[in-house]
Structure formats: C-alpha cells, structure tokens
Design a protein around this ligand. Structure first.
Ligand code: GDP
Ligand code: IMO
Ligand code: MG
Length: 429
C-alpha cells in the first residue's frame, strides 16, 4: 500500500481534478503541493459540475484536504471559492480543510504586476492566467513574501509590508505607475485574516501523523510536467515545479512519502497560452477536438489550442516525473475520427531526434514525425470496462503505452466521476 502523487504529464488540463476526486474515495487525505489559483480542476458528480482552483479536489467528497506550503494562496480567491462551493452544498470547515501556515500569500499587487507585465510584453507575452502566480513566487524566493502565519501576527505586519513595498514601489516608480500605500495593504490583510486563519496550522505535523498511522495520502498536482519551471517549455511555463518530487517539499514530507506517481495524460494534446506545440492542429480536426472536448480554460475561459497526441513529450514527462503509470483521459473525444495521428519522433534541422530539446529556438523549430493509426466509429463515451472498447481503441491505448514506456493504470471515458476504468490500483502498488 502506498501514497499516490497525481501530476499532469502534458501542459495542464489533463483531467487531474476528475481523477483525484475518483481516487479520493480510496484516500485518507488529499494534498495540494504547488501552484495556486491558476489551476482549474473540474469534476462532475451526477451531472453537477464543481470547479476548484485552490481547494484540493478531495473536499467535494469531504475527504480531509490540505493546502501545502508549496502553494501560493490568494486569500480573497480562496474565500470566494469556499463560498461558491458552500452554495453547491459542499461545506468546507477547518475539520476538512487545513492550510499550511507557512504558505506565501498572493496579494492584489501581484495580480496587477502579472497583468501589467503581460500587457507590456505584447507579442512576447507568456500568456499567463494573470493571477499573480509568478510575482508571488518571486517574492517568496526573494524572502519578502507575506505568509499565512503573518496574518496572526499583526505587530510584525508593518515591517513586512514595508520590506515588500521597498521593492514593489521602486518597480512601480520606474514604470511611472502609482505607488502603493502600506496602510491600505495592512487594512486589507486584517480584514481577510479571520477568513483564513481558522484553517491554518503546521500541516507537516498532521501529515507525519497520517504517515505514522499508515494512512493513504493522495497528492494533487496542478499544471503539468511541460509547464514545470525547470523542465518545461521555458520561458512559457508556470513559476513552480510541477513534478512529483515537489510533492515532498511542497507539503513538508520526506521523499519516501511520495509512493506511486500517476501521470494524468489526455489522449490528445492541448495547451493554453503561448509557447511551442509541435503537434498543434490548425484545421477542422483541431477544431473538432476542441468542440468535442469542450476545450475552454476553466480559469480564464480562453480557447485551448488542440493537437494530436505527442508521445515524445509524454515519454519525456514519464522519465522526468518518475511516472509509474498513467491515467489516460478523454479517449471518448477521439470517437469518430477515421484516422488518428501520434507523434513518435521529431525532425530538427533534417535530423531525427527522440526528445524535446531545451533551447527555445530549437523547440520552435522541431517538426513532428507522425505515425498514423486507424480510428473507431463506435462510441467509447461512458465505457466502464476495458472489454467495452472497440478493438482499434484498444490498439491506440496499447500503442501509447509502448511509446511512452509506461502502463495505463486508469482510463477515463467521460467527465462523470464513475465513467472510469481501473486497470491497476495505484494505491495497491
Ligand atoms: P485538470 O486541470 O487537469 O483538472 O483538467 P480540467 O478540469 O481543467 O480539464 C479537463 C476537462 O475535461 C474537464 O472539463 C473535465 O470535466 C473533462 N474530462 C475529464 N475527463 C474526461 C473524459 O474522460 N472525457 C471527457 N469527455 N471529458 C473529461
Ligand atoms: P491546471 O491545474 C493549463 C499556463 C498558463 C500560461 C502559463 C503560465 O488546471 O492544469 P501562470 O498564470 O501560471 O503564470 O501562467 O501556464 N497554466 C496552465 N495551463 N492548466 C493549468 O492548470 C495552468 N496553470 C497555468 O496558461 O501558459
Ligand atoms: Mg485545468
């Protein structure tokens, strides 16, 4: 019996929320360990859709849920999210939700800076979610962040806000923008503090206790391996490490607590925002994937770019992320295509290569080498056993396993919680 870490193996939106919600029935606690409210995880239970950004997907089932220290928290966004969920009948109390008291906060100034930079960058923009994620992580690493525990220590707030504004006001002055006032930031923080503090505690202690009791811990990653700040398509990435190793650091647990790494993998490829995408489709097939897969961002509503499955990229994520097995999602979206293409290698300056290079210019130049596969006309939507799948769909799944060098542990065939096929239980590995 082991813990399970769920990570995205592509550019996010692979269906992590659905899979985490499904697995949460087998887990004792669910833990987010990086990212912030740039994440948008949708799960559907008996036709009702729940959209989560900061809250771990375990809360919908009432499974104890933890926001670990690696997450950057916008307390206003969190408070709104708790409100929306309670309107849907999901109560989030300090019995269910625990927040690491050493999480760095996202303040309104981070969102403003994120959006102002994107606007100023014009064509060179990253295409961020505009939620202030990058600026908040920058302040954390620069040791000037305000953290959750600081909300409980009003006497020290002035000094911390001054330190933060020494940096930010210099930046704003340089840009010819209005500078910020410490007193109003303090007032905002004092106003939001009582909404957050009841959940705050040293969660590493609780997690250590769970481990000691042999309980099952399910880690919920946000974004995906190709958005990882070190290993992704830099600079078109997010500002955190999204790979499984981060689960240990971002929750306050040793690497031995990680267990089975489940890479959530869409049966085709999507990406939101700018950056390289070798298998992107610009024709009616790409349009069809987007329409059938409802590929619109949960957070920003932006249309997701769509393309064929890229086995080179996912194989790279398997190696980088230590992925033991994958959950293959959205297979049903491929129903009805006569033929399907899978990228099996790249051509770079006339030479074939079997990996995605690090350099931005090389990433932009690689051309996909495709293998064509026969599609299927029957519907796989809602299939709940492998035997229900048409032979060519089975062939597609098997070929993906071979190319990415990892087995399929779970298969998802619709947004609904129970339209899921278990091939191999990650908790029993
Ligand atoms: P996440 O960010 O990885 O949690 O993924 P998102 O929730 O942003 O995007 C995945 C979308 O696909 C959501 O709207 C899910 O409800 C939906 N989804 C998940 N699994 C499946 C599936 O197997 N089939 C279909 N058609 N939709 C799915
Ligand atoms: P989930 O958890 C898809 C992308 C943004 C942008 C880049 C940087 O739902 O899979 P940021 O705001 O993080 O600085 O933006 O990362 N991005 C995501 N794309 N799914 C996500 O999360 C994403 N979170 C960030 O579109 O390209
Ligand atoms: Mg998402």
């Amino acid at each position: 019996m082991s813990n399970v870490v769920v990570i995205g193996s592509q550019w996010g939106d692979e269906g992590k929320g659905k899979v985490v919600d499904w697995l949460a029935s087998r887990a004792d606690v669910v833990v987010r360990f990086q990212g912030g409210h740039n994440a948008g995880h949708t799960l559907v239970v008996n036709g009702t859709s729940y959209k989560l950004s900061l809250l771990p997907s375990g809360v919908v089932r009432g499974t104890p849920s933890v926001i670990g220290n690696g997450v950057v928290i916008d307390p206003w966004a969190l408070s709104r999210e708790i409100g929306v969920l309670s309107g849907q009948g999901v109560t989030v109390t300090p019995d269910v939700l625990m927040i690491a008291d050493n999480c760095a906060l996202i303040l309104p100034l981070h969102g403003h800076l994120d959006r102002a930079r994107e606007e100023a960058a014009g064509k060179g923009k990253i295409g961020t979610t505009g939620r202030g994620i990058g600026p908040a992580y920058e302040d954390k690493v620069a040791r000037r962040a305000i953290r959750v525990c600081d909300l409980a220590d009003p006497d020290s707030l002035d000094m911390k806000i001054d330190r933060l504004l020494t940096h930010h006001n210099a930046l704003l002055k340089g840009l010819g923008a209005k500078t910020l006032d410490a007193a109003s930031i303090r007032a905002e923080l004092e106003e939001i503090a009582p909404h957050i503090l009841p959940y705050a505690r040293p969660v590493w202690r609780e997690l250590a206790a769970y481990r000691k009791m042999g309980k099952r811990i399910l880690f919920e990653g946000a974004q995906g391996a190709l958005l990882d700040v070190d290993h992704g398509t830099y600079p078109f990435v997010t500002s955190s490490n999204t790979l499984a190793g981060q689960a240990a650091v971002g929750s306050g647990m040793g690497p031995g607590g990680i267990g089975y790494v489940l890479g959530i993998t869409k049966a085709y490829t999507t990406r939101v925002g700018e950056g390289p995408f070798p298998t992107e489709l610009f024709d009616d097939k790409g349009e069809r994937l987007g329409v059938r897969g409802h590929e619109f961002g949960t957070v920003t509503g932006r249309k997701r770019r769509c393309g064929w499955f890229d086995a080179v990229l996912v194989r790279q994520s398997v190696k980088l992320g230590g992925i033991d097995g994958i959950a293959l999602t959205k297979l049903d979206v491929l129903d009805g295509f006569d033929t399907l293409k899978v990228c099996v290698a790249y051509r770079l300056d006339g030479k074939e290569i079997d990996y995605f290079p690090s350099s931005m210019s090389e990433q932009a130049r690689v051309e996909p080498v495709f293998e064509e596969m026969e599609g299927w006309t029957q519907s796989t939507e809602g299939a709940r056993s492998f035997a229900e799948l048409p032979a060519t769909a089975v062939k597609y799944v098997r070929r993906i396993e071979e190319l990415i060098e990892a087995p399929v542990a779970l298969l998802s065939t619709s947004p609904e919680r129970d339209d899921t096929i278990l091939m191999h239980d990650p908790f029993e590995d």
